[in-house]
Design a protein around this ligand. Sequence first.
Ligand code: CS2
Ligand code: MN
Length: 362
Amino acid sequence: MKMTFRWFGEADDTIELSHIRQVPGVTGIVGALTHIPPGEMWPYDEILAYKRKIEEHGLELEVIESVNIHEDIKLGLETRDGYIENYIKTIKNLGKAGVKVICYNFMPVFDWLRTNLAEKLADGSFAMLYDQELLKNKTPVQIVRDMADGSKGFSLPGWEPERLRELQTVLEQYENVDEEKLFNNLEYFLKAVIPVCKSRGVKMAIHPDDPPWSIFGLPRIVTCKENLERLLGLVDEECNGLTLCSGSLGANPDNDIPHMIRYFGKMGRIHFAHVRNLKIIDEGHFHETSHLSSEGSLDVFEIMKAYHDIGFKGYMRPDHGRMIWGEEGRPGYGLYDRALGIAYINGLWEAIGKMKGNQVGV
Ligand code: CS2
Ligand code: MN
């Protein structure tokens, strides 16, 4: 595997590239041109300038997270073709710049959702929490306001203000879109972009829905093994692949993450691995934790062992961390806890390899 670290760009991140370079084992950045709204084309020159900056610090830019999908594509509106054209141009420009994997998601309206972005844990750290009960008493507009208030002024990935300004209208448009329609709209999108990816050596890696169930009655389809298999079959090509996010899928205890890694990994369809742990309190109620297995509900050793057993050669990154040691930053994306996560993941990886008799642990 290739260890990477998510970075939001100079203007939009508290963390310096030179500091990321010092986290043991990190070879690349997972980046994005966060200022470009969904639906618009990413210009080649801008991608190149961004990549050069990263390379100046001895890091690679081979993974993008995310190129977000315009709502009209998810809704299946007639206007989608123009946005798909732009997406294709972006794929071509990214491919030309050496990008190998594009992470994206197909969640209607909202990206990942939490009811508290800074829940204080017993050890004094802060982590993100989700409580389905609290959602029941809130309207989508209130939730958007809460997320914005809790974000400490940082833009949150997938929560672009321009996209959410039209919230009421978009929610009404979704009244005609059920899971079947959403699958059809994903198929339409994939049929247009996958051939381009294939010819350019770029892999698409869909991110699971977070949490992996419907919220506010909106359809969600990237939620479980059966649906992941179905979406891979929509266009049965290697470059139609997955971002296997343990924390997103793992919020539903029915999802057996090590099994899913082995199953889709053997098919060669996992291109990007997000490793995150979380503690399930009861149904629809969980908070994020450090990566350590004993602190959460997921067994990170079993997750890493599954990746090791399938000979995973793709990109990996620690996902959401807690806020520790007084760090101020974008919720989920501080330096310290994600760096600790990497040290732990690397430790497991080395130990698993050496237990198998491989001296270098890979
Ligand atoms: C999240 C998402 O779990 C995660 O990685 O932070 O924002 C994720 O980046 C997007 O859903 C991917 O499109
Ligand atoms: Mn993730």
